[in-house]
Design a protein around this ligand. Structure first.
Ligand code: ZN
Length: 588
């Protein structure tokens, strides 16, 4: 099937956590032993996509796809099986020997891979300069002054660009790296008279990573008060600012665990929270929040907290985030700081416990907005009230939850002294009725697929060694159809060796995507297998198999009757009927 050795494939499958990998594409919530989310392979509004991390498998009860981490990536990224294995290998740091490539092939190799490579070279060089070089002394002292320890510097891959025009340029030249590509990354700039010079000079560098933790850009800060305070990498083929938030690779696990994402503005805000043990944090770092950012956060978290500076710019950023979240139906809360404070200074002054209580007291975005409007416009004049209602009504219309909307309306009508019904009328004009599709989705009853006895038996074998024993006694060849035999054999082997069954691996042995999907459906959610009477279950499976094979015999017999005894097919049919009868007699 592939040229990659089996043990390598196994290693990749074992090291690539299906939960981590799937989470890069799907927002998952814990639900019993499984994680659930909206299926990325078909459109749906209620989650029927399940991941079972203990077994390393996924299955969607809506569209029926299922498999292991390799199958998932293959489908998601449109890769072949070996390509998907390589994709995952790279992610978990397992080297897979490639056949030697020709010079022409090498040239054609993905430019993106080269760009990632150049970023890694630059990160390494700048980290070295920060940690060890003489020129990095000032940057080290600066970090010390801001309370940044070595472990944090390492986790963030902080670096320092010395005050030279060719520090990186020469390093790249020595390694025969294409400076044209480095220019695409914004690491170097083109000189008027020809040649290149470094973009980042005499700056502390924050490495910007994608969700996989690959470096894609830098944020460079001066060490004094000179301007511009920050220079950021421009967009490039690997860095899209509207889709990446600073710190997302460090935060994704914690966002999933807590179900919440805290959004801050600056690199040092992010760092301060991280050092204080708050890990579910991302930073916007000078870019306005976008729909893409919200989509990214939705993959990991169920709600957002904004924590922006208590100033005009921070306030604007808060409102923007609130509007984006409202549009996306994503709950948003606002953590307020006292005027003049920023998260960095707050944490350092007040500590992480004070921060936790601020977080717990965070207001919903609309509540925060409403209070601000009341404070700014006042409720003493008719004009003020009209202005407040004008600002609020279109936003209230976007609140998807009827009860939540009604509670807002009540509170607002009370504070403004406006009749609730007229407020509702005002909202209704711009409001959207709750879509009937959402109701259908909620009421949708999950289809339980008819159990195929052979697949049922496979999953029982993996769970109950006695069933494996019974299957072994009967001979798997008499029970399972050919396509399932390799999987059955592998399960028996594992059970005989006293090892737990690796379902991810077993799924690879099942031929055919449809069959694999059906088996994954059993495995992903096997509450139906808990506490079964194994003897009875085995018997039932056999009875069902018998019934199936009886049906098949009848079918074959019909075909036999219509077939000329002189053609080869006639003998084939006879042989098949014989085999089925044989199987049947063995079962009973
Ligand atoms: Zn699906």
């Amino acid at each position: 099937m592939s040229l990659i050795p089996d043990d390598k494939i196994r290693e990749v499958r074992e090291r690539a956590s299906i939960l981590d990998v799937v989470s890069d594409y799907v927002s998952l919530r814990k639900s019993g032993a499984n994680y659930q989310g909206l299926c990325p392979f078909h459109g749906e509004k209620t989650p029927s996509f399940n991941v079972n991390p203990a077994r390393g498998i996924f299955h969607c009860f809506g569209c029926g796809v299922g498999g292991n981490v390799v199958t998932f990536v293959a489908k998601m990224e449109g890769l072949s099986f070996p390509e998907a294995v390589k994709f995952l290998a790279k992610r978990v740091g397992i080297e897979i020997e490639d056949r030697p490539v020709s010079a022409a092939e090498k040239r054609r190799q993905d430019e993106r891979e080269e760009l990632y490579g150049i970023m890694e070279l630059a990160v390494g060089l700048y980290r070295e300069a920060l940690e060890r070089s003489e020129e990095g002394g000032a940057a080290r002292r600066y970090l010390e002054g801001r309370g940044v320890d070595g472990a944090t510097a390492e986790a963030y891959r902080l670096g320092f660009a010395p005050d030279r025009w060719d520090y990186l340029t020469r390093h790249l030249q020595h390694r025969s790296v294409s400076l044209d590509l480095a220019e695409k990354l914004g690491l170097v700039r083109r000189r008027d008279g020809g040649g290149f010079y470094d973009t980042f000079r005499n700056r502390l560098l924050f490495t910007i990573n994608d969700i996989h933790g690959r470096a894609i850009g830098f944020g460079g800060r001066v060490l004094d008060d000179s301007l511009p305070k920050y220079i950021n990498s421009p967009e490039s083929p690997i860095y899209r600012k509207s889709e990446v938030l600073f710190g997302v690779s460090l935060a994704k696990g914690a966002m999933r665990e807590t179900g919440a994402a805290i959004v801050v503005e600056g690199y040092f805000d992010h760092l301060a929270l991280y050092q204080a043990g708050v890990r579910n944090v991302v930073a916007t770092c000078g870019t306005a929040m976008t729909e893409g950012h919200i989509k990214l956060l939705k993959r990991y978290a169920g709600k957002v907290y904004t924590l922006f500076d208590a100033d005009g710019a921070g306030n604007k950023a808060t409102l923007r985030a609130m509007d984006l979240c409202l549009d996306a139906g994503f709950p948003v809360h606002v953590v307020e700081l006292t005027a003049g404070e920023d998260p960095d200074s707050f944490i350092r002054k007040e500590g992480s416990e004070a921060f936790s209580s601020r977080l717990a007291r965070a207001r919903s975005g609309l509540d925060y907005f409403f209070r601000q409007l009341v404070r700014d416009e006042g409720t003493a004049t008719v004009e003020g009230k009209v202005k407040i209602v004008d600002e609020l009504a279109p936003r209230l219309a976007k609140v998807g939850n009827d009860i939540e909307r009604e509670l807002y309306v009540r509170e607002m009508s009370r504070v403004l002294g406006v009749d609730a019904r007229s407020l509702v009328r005002r909202i209704g004009g711009s409001g959207s009725p709750v879509s009937p599709a959402a109701h259908r989705g909620a009421a949708q009853v999950r289809r339980q697929r008819g159990a195929d006895p052979e697949e049922m038996l496979l999953s029982l074998m993996g769970r109950y060694p006695e069933v494996a024993g019974m299957v072994k006694n009967h001979g798997p060849g008499r029970i399972f159809r050919e396509r399932l035999l390799p999987a059955a054999g592998a399960i028996l082997e594992r059970v005989a060796a006293g090892k737990p069954v690796e379902w991810g691996e077993i799924l690879d042995l099942v031929e055919g995507a449809e069959e694999r999907g059906r088996l994954a459906a059993f495995l992903v959610n096997d509450e139906h297998l808990v506490d079964v009477d194994v003897h009875k279950a085995f018997e039932q499976c056999c009875t069902a198999l018998e019934r199936n094979s009886l049906g098949r015999v009848k079918e074959l017999a019909r075909e036999l009757a219509a077939t000329d005894p002189d053609v080869p097919r006639y003998r084939e049919l006879l042989a098949e009927i014989d085999a089925l009868r044989n199987r049947k007699s063995q079962l009973s």
